[in-house]
Ligand binder design. Structure first.
Ligand SMILES: C[S@@+](CC[C@H](N)C(=O)[O-])C[C@H]1O[C@@H](n2cnc3c(N)ncnc32)[C@H](O)[C@@H]1O
Length: 223
């Protein structure tokens, strides 16, 4: 099935409210579990590490990372002001050293050159017209040895599969969320496409693999 891109930023009030109110806790927990697994495999982070959550939205993963690594400074970055408004509101009583910055992906390298110890994104890649940007930004904001974990949907082979996944995983939800989910599956990249993007970006220590029926994971180190 051919990829059909969706808009990059999530800015409409309806979309932001529906996303912020939805329960993504099992997927979010899985992303953080993969981060923990990566840290188990590659050794602990330095003291007071800098963690960057790209395309952080309302901060679902950012807050979990701050709770997991209380000595870290955690920066959530998103190009959508309305999404960040939710994240900032939620951060008032949240533990940890948290910061939210409104920036589009193509402006991040200038702010955070060679400074991150861990770079994470959840559900960002499928939004990007130019997926190479995620790999170049990951490389340019990372210190040598930076750990990396990106997790996103992967594109099914047929529209029938898209509908099957929607019926299975989101049978009853606000229609805007159902639309977002199906549009995201169609906009997602396949694992082979991502493997090829990584090869072209020369990210030799990052590996892509499919996970369960609808996700893909990219994980490893920046050399
Ligand atoms: C599906 S949401 C995921 C939010 C969050 N990572 C989570 O897992 O809950 C994708 C987010 O990426 C942001 N985004 C998409 N393209 C972006 C870009 N080029 N630069 C910055 N943020 C972007 C959107 O605004 C949106 O908030």
């Amino acid at each position: 099935m051919q990829r059909i891109p969706e808009p990059e930023l999530m800015t409409t009030k309806e979309q932001v409210d529906a996303y912020a109110e939805a329960d993504f806790s099992s997927g979010d927990a899985r992303t953080v579990a993969l981060v923990e697994q990566l840290l188990d495999e590659t050794g602990s982070l330095p003291d007071n590490p800098l963690i960057v959550d790209l395309g952080c939205g309302p901060g679902n993963i950012t807050f979990r990372l701050a709770a997991l690594l209380p000595n870290a400074k955690v920066i959530g970055i998103d190009g959508s002001e309305p999404m960040l408004a939710v994240a900032k509101q939620r951060s008032v009583d949240a533990p940890g050293d948290l910061q939210f910055i409104c920036l589009q992906l193509n402006g991040i390298a200038a702010h955070l050159n060679n400074s991150a110890d861990l770079v994470v994104s959840n559900s960002l890649l499928h939004h990007l017209k130019d997926p190479e940007l995620l790999w170049s930004v990951t490389q340019s904001i990372s210190k040598p040895g930076c750990r990396v974990l990106h997790r996103d949907l992967r594109r099914p082979s047929t529209l029938a599969e898209v509908h099957h996944l929607q019926q299975q995983h989101l049978p009853k939800a606000p229609s805007i969320l159902i639309q977002d989910f199906t549009a995201s599956l169609v906009a997602a990249y396949t694992t082979d496409e991502v493997a090829e993007q990584l090869r072209r970006a020369d990210t030799t220590l990052l590996r892509a693999w499919p996970e369960d029926d609808r996700y893909l994971v990219v994980s490893g180190l920046v050399g």
